[in-house]
Design a binder for this molecule. Structure first.
Ligand code: FAD
Length: 474
C-alpha cells in the first residue's frame, strides 16, 4: 500500500495537487526527486538553475522531515528510476503534477507505461497552471491562438471555478525518512556555487510575494521601468513551483475584484503564462519553427559578420546602451526585466537581422526562470513570427525605448558603468555627442564603449524588406 509523490517543477509541500491526492489515498506517502544525468551532464559546471533546484530541494526535504518524512533523491533516467523505486517501496500508486513540455510529455508517457505494466497506478494532476491545455477552448472547441479572447474565456472560467488551494496535512502520514542523507550538496552534484541559497525555496518566494503585495496596486504603472522595483520577480518560483500559481491567481483576482488596476494587470500576465503553455502543448512545432509558416522561410543574416554581431549582442557590446544594459543584467544575474527582454530580442531580430532562434537559445541558457513555452512565446511575439505577434512593421527603436523606459538612465548606469558620467539626456545615444562632451564624461567611444553595430534607420528598412519579401512566399 501507500503512494509515491514524484516532485519535478513543484518544489513545495503546501497547496500541491499531487501531494494532496496522495494524502487522500490510503497508506503512507513517500516523496522522490530524480536528477537526470541526461539533463545535468551537458550543463556548464556553474549553473544557477541546478543551484536553485538543489537549495529548494534541501528546503523541501527539511519541511518533509519536520513532519516525519523526507525526500528520496535518485540519479538516473526517470523512466527506469520511478518504476524501480515504486516496486522497491511496494506502493500501489505514483502521483505527480503534469508538465506540458513536449519532452516531459514523452517521458511521462513512458513512465506511465512501465508503471501500468507493473500493476502500479499513475496519476498526473493539474498544478503548474490553473487550467490545463484543452480546458479553455473557443466556442467551437478549438485552442485559442490569440491572447485577448483567450484571456476573456480564461477569466470567465475562473469566475465559475475560482482557484482554491489544496489543503495539505502531513501529520502522521509520511513514510519514515530515507536512510541516506537525502539531498546531495552542490559539490557532490559536480556543480559550483553561483548565487548561494538565499534566493531559493518557498521562504524566498514568500519574502518576494510579501514585498510585492505592498506594490501590486501600482504594478500597471511601474512594470515597464527596469530601474524601478515594479514587478514581482516571482518567475523563477513559478518555474520551479516554490510558489503555488493558485495562491497567486486567487490573490490577484480578489484584489482586482476590489478595484485594483495593478492587480488586474498582473493577473493578465499570469494568463499570458497559461496562454503560452497551452499554445506549446497544442502546437509543439513552435519549439523549432515560426508559428506562421511563411516566416520559417525568412533569410536571416548569417556568416562571419552575423556571428560577430551575435557575440557582441550576447556580451552586451552593441553600442546601444539600453540593449547592452539588458544583456549585461541577464549575464550577471540570470534575470532580465520584461521590457528589456522585448528590447534586446527586438534588437537581435529587427536591427541585426539574426534568426530569433539563436537569441531564444541564448536566453534559454542564461535565464534562471527559463521556461520553454514563455521564452518561445516571447521570442516569437517580438520577432513577429508568432501567433499573436506584434506586426513586423512595428519595430522598436532602441533609443526611443531607452528614453521612455529608462528616462534618467539609472538602469543603464547600473549595468554600463562606462557611461555613468553622461547626463540623463545624453546617455541614450552616446555616438550623437560631441567629442568634448564625451571627454568631459570620461567616455572614449570605440575604446571604453563601442560605437553602434548598426544604424537603426538602415537596419529598420532592411527588416521591412526582409519580412515583406516573405509575403510572396506565403
Ligand atoms: P511579473 O511582471 O511580476 O509577472 C508575474 C508572472 O507572470 C511572471 O513571473 C511570469 O510567470 C508571468 N508572466 C509575466 N509576463 C509574461 C509573459 N510576457 N509571458 C508569459 N508569462 C509572463 N518568462 C518566463 O517565465 N520564462 C522565460 O523563459 C521567459 N522568456 C521570455 C523571453 C522574451 C523574449 C520575452 C519578451 C518574455 C519572456 N518571459 C519569460 C516573460 C516575462 O518577461 C517574464 O515572465 C517576467 O519578466 C518575469 O519577471 P517577474 O516575475 O517580475 O514578472
Amino acid at each position: 500500500t501507500g503512494s509515491l509523490v514524484w516532485f519535478r517543477r513543484d518544489l513545495r509541500s503546501y497547496d500541491h495537487a499531487a501531494l494532496h491526492h496522495a494524502l487522500a489515498a490510503r497508506g503512507r506517502v513517500h516523496a522522490v526527486f530524480v536528477f537526470d544525468p541526461a539533463l545535468l551532464d551537458p550543463l556548464p559546471r556553474a549553473d544557477r538553475r541546478v543551484e536553485f533546484i538543489r537549495h529548494s530541494l534541501a528546503a523541501l526535504d527539511a519541511e518533509l522531515r519536520a513532519a516525519g518524512g523526507g525526500l528520496i533523491v535518485r540519479h538516473g533516467n526517470p523512466v527506469d528510476e520511478i518504476p524501480t523505486l515504486a516496486r522497491e517501496l511496494g506502493v500501489t500508486a505514483v502521483h505527480t503534477n503534469t508538465d506540458y513540455e513536449p519532452s516531459a510529455i514523452a517521458r511521462d508517457a513512458a513512465v506511465a507505461h512501465a508503471l501500468t505494466d507493473a500493476g502500479i497506478g499513475w496519476h498526473s494532476w493539474v498544478d503548474q497552471v490553473i487550467f490545463a491545455p484543452g480546458q479553455v477552448l473557443t466556442g467551437d472547441g478549438r485552442p485559442f491562438t490569440v491572447f485577448t479572447p483567450f484571456r476573456t474565456a480564461w477569466l470567465r472560467r475562473l469566475a465559475a471555478e475560482p482557484a482554491r488551494p489544496y489543503p495539505i496535512d502531513l501529520t502522521g502520514r509520511l513514510a519514515a525518512p530515507p536512510a541516506q542523507a537525502a539531498v546531495p550538496s552542490l559539490a557532490e552534484l559536480g556543480f559550483e556555487t553561483v548565487d548561494g541559497p538565499d534566493g531559493a525555496g518557498t521562504s524566498a518566494a514568500r519574502r518576494l510575494l510579501a514585498d510585492f503585495l505592498y506594490r501590486i496596486d501600482d504594478y500597471h504603472e511601474a512594470r515597464d521601468f527596469p530601474a524601478q522595483p515594479g514587478t514581482s520577480r516571482l518567475s523563477v518560483h513559478l518555474r520551479f513551483g516554490t510558489i503555488s500559481v493558485r495562491e497567486l491567481v486567487a490573490l490577484a483576482a480578489d484584489r482586482a475584484a476590489a478595484g485594483s488596476t495593478g492587480a488586474e494587470s498582473w493577473l493578465s500576465e499570469l494568463v499570458w503564462r497559461e496562454f503560452y503553455s497551452q499554445l506549446l502543448a497544442h502546437h509543439p512545432r513552435v519549439a523549432t519553427e515560426a508559428f506562421q509558416p511563411g516566416y520559417s522561410r525568412i533569410e536571416w543574416a548569417f556568416g562571419e559578420q552575423a556571428d560577430l554581431q551575435f557575440e557582441a549582442w550576447c556580451a552586451g557590446r552593441t553600442g546601444y546602451p539600453l540593449v547592452d544594459a539588458g544583456m549585461r543584467q541577464l549575464n550577471r544575474t540570470g534575470y532580465l526585466h520584461n521590457r528589456l527582454r522585448m528590447v534586446t530580442a527586438s534588437f537581435l531580430v529587427k536591427d541585426l537581422g539574426i534568426d530569433w532562434r539563436r537569441g531564444e537559445a541564448y536566453f534559454a541558457r542564461q535565464l534562471l526562470d527559463f521556461d520553454l513555452a514563455s521564452n518561445n512565446g516571447g521570442w516569437q511575439w517580438t520577432a513577429s513570427t508568432g501567433c499573436d505577434a506584434q506586426p513586423y512593421f512595428r519595430i522598436f527603436s532602441p533609443v526611443r525605448q531607452s528614453q521612455r523606459f529608462d528616462p534618467t538612465g539609472a538602469f543603464i548606469r547600473s549595468f554600463v558603468p562606462e557611461l555613468a558620467g553622461l547626463d540623463d539626456r545624453s546617455i541614450h545615444a552616446p555616438w550623437l555627442l560631441r567629442t568634448s562632451v564625451l571627454a568631459a564624461a570620461g567616455v572614449r567611444l570605440g575604446q571604453d564603449y563601442p560605437t553602434p553595430l548598426v544604424d537603426h534607420a538602415t537596419a529598420r528598412q532592411l527588416t521591412l524588406e526582409r519580412f515583406a519579401s516573405t509575403r510572396t512566399l506565403r
